[in-house]
Write a protein that binds this ligand. Structure first.
Ligand code: GLN
Length: 540
């Protein structure tokens, strides 16, 4: 079957959850047997979000092929349990870069290069690229809100694409907000009417309207929206606030979003979607038999999106263990002395020290790790979190008082964490870290080996600094074991502490590979260790 295309646009405001609606629709179509992928267009000028501050844009998600991408790709992978790639996230910057490179190479010789047709052609090419990779359905989510100046070339490209591919091969889903006005005790349709008008101005009539709302839509409201937005009644879909994002596929199933899409695409409707494993996960998520308290020690805690994948990995591993994981964000900068760290952590069942960049909060992270190490509290360090654990160990156990990462102190006499050799000559910031999937070999009798139940694993990276191999033997002889090694470059990827119930630091980002169907083994084991610690404490 030739690929079919689904466009998802958004109106009225940002943050309506286009990514979740796209992922939920994809999940339903996948559960009906279709091979689906989702792609996100971001209308900003950055080439990718790799150079963006997490406060600006939330977490930067990394794919196997080393692309730094929008965090919505994380949702796509978590819902579909299928890896995405560089082709799944395109920005305006990348579109223009391609066109400008072509212009310099002389590809348009003699022609004036313009938004229409050159930029729009490049946008259309990026959409078909995935369709030509064997997917039966490609969902393209357009970031931003219709009416933004930046969105215009994309809307024009979508309009053209529909003409080129034929209307039965393309469906447009428009996500909008139907706000409730408490004073008037009414749901209001006007903002949605306006945003559909805006789409019409760009030459696009949406086929389906998905309405985000905090109250159920009455038939009357649906009929009004249908009338004013030029839609059939059944193509007005309600998307009510949900307890968890993982409820949304089932809510969309109830509203028949998948059926409406299949009808529009003139595809046969065979059987019901197979959502057994999804429902099993939801059952476990909603009926935990116990709870653990986990400290998340980071520096971007004001914005939960900055650690999105970590939060979601805890949701998956919590459900897996039938345990509610209550996350306590702790600002590393608030841990100004050992006492602060003790107070913040002592009643918790485990701590995760988050990834990050730069100096801010480092000492607080080190104090937290020291407390967890001495008090035998389960510790999970990710990327910078692992690097801080190495520094803490060398300072407080080995006795190298000034040990540090050269990211923080380039003059340290003991650079236990140092810039990778391959990184030293690099000056450009964008896309130049150690990025994407690398193999790691696990030592026998390690916690990691037991968790993964495999000798060789593959995990995703995003960093410039690494464990300095000159200190490897000293670490080992004092009890900090390098138990995961990159076989090609001989880099330390995992450390564990001898004699501690659960002290694991990883140089990679396991959170990026946790999905509903396959919760990450390290997160699962960390939660088990927290449960055990809690049980032990209760007995004592
Ligand atoms: N800043 C550290 C590095 O570049 C850690 C990066 C991270 O935590 N992702 O190596």
């Amino acid at each position: 079957m030739a690929a079919k295309y689904i466009f998802v646009t958004g109106g009225v405001t940002s943050s309506l959850g286009k990514g979740i609606i796209s992922a939920s629709l994809a999940k339903l179509l996948q559960a009906r047997g279709f091979n689906v992928t989702i792609q996100k267009f971001d209308p900003y000028i950055n080439i990718d979000p790799g150079t963006l501050n997490p406060y600006e844009h939330g977490e930067c998600y990394v794919t196997d092929d080393g692309a730094e991408t929008d965090l919505d790709l994380g949702h796509y992978e978590r819902f579909l349990n299928k890896p995405t790639s560089r082709a799944n996230n395109i920005t305006t910057g990348r579109i223009y870069q391609t066109v400008i490179d072509k212009e310099r190479a002389g590809a348009y010789l003699g022609k004036t290069v313009q938004v229409i047709p050159h930029i729009t052609d490049e946008i259309k090419r990026r959409i078909s690229l995935l369709g030509n990779q064997g997917y039966q359905m490609v969902i393209t989510e357009l970031g931003g809100t219709v009416g933004d100046i930046e969105s215009l070339p994309y809307l024009e490209a979508l309009r053209q694409f529909r003409m080129d591919a034929g209307p039965s091969n393309v469906v447009t889903v428009h996500l909008t907000l139907v706000p409730y006005l408490a004073a008037a005790k009414e749901l209001k349709t006007k903002p949605s009417q306006h945003s559909v008008k805006e789409l019409l101005e760009a030459g696009i009539q949406p086929d389906i309207l998905v309405c985000r709302t905090e109250r159920h839509l009455s038939d009357e409201i649906r009929a009004k929206l249908a009338l004013f937005c030029n839609l059939q009644f059944e193509n007005v879909i309600e998307s009510i606030d949900a307890d968890t994002i993982y409820d949304v596929p089932l809510l969309m199933l109830k509203e028949k979003l998948d059926l409406r899409v299949l009808e529009k695409l003139q595809l046969p409707i065979k059987s019901d979607p197979d959502l057994r494993s999804w429902k099993k996960f939801l059952g476990q998520l909603k009926n935990p038999s116990e709870a653990v308290q986990v400290g998340l020690i980071g520096k971007y805690n004001e914005l939960p999106d900055a650690y999105k994948s970590i939060h979601e990995a805890f949701v998956h591993s919590g459900a897996h263990n039938e345990c509610k994981v209550e996350i306590h964000p702790i600002h590393a900068e608030d841990l100004e002395c050992a006492d602060d760290a003790a107070k913040a952590i002592r009643d918790l069942d485990g701590i995760l020290v988050a990834p990050g960049f730069g100096e801010r909060g480092i000492e607080g992270k080190i104090r937290a790790i020291c407390y967890a190490r001495v008090q035998q509290i389960p510790f999970f360090g990710i990327c910078l979190g692992m690097q801080c654990a190495v520094v803490e160990f060398f300072r407080n156990v080995v006795g190298l008082k000034d040990a540090a990462s050269t990211e923080v102190n380039p003059q340290t006499p003991d650079p236990v964490i140092d810039k990778m050799e391959s990184q030293k000559s690099i000056e450009n910031k964008g896309g130049t870290m150690r990025l994407g999937a690398y193999t790691c070999v696990l030592a026998e009798k390690s916690i990691a080996r037991k968790c993964y139940k495999a000798e060789k694993i593959s995990e995703r990276h995003r960093h410039r600094f690494e464990f300095n191999n000159k200190y490897r033997e000293l670490a080992q002889s004092n009890g900090l074991m390098p138990v995961g090694i990159n076989p090609e470059q001989d880099l330390v990827e995992i450390i564990e502490l001898k004699g501690h119930p659960w002290f694991v630091g990883v140089q990679f980002h396991p959170e990026l590979k946790s999905t509903v169907e396959v919760p990450h083994p390290l997160f699962n084991a960390f939660i088990r260790a927290c449960i055990q610690r809690k049980a032990k404490k209760a007995k004592a």
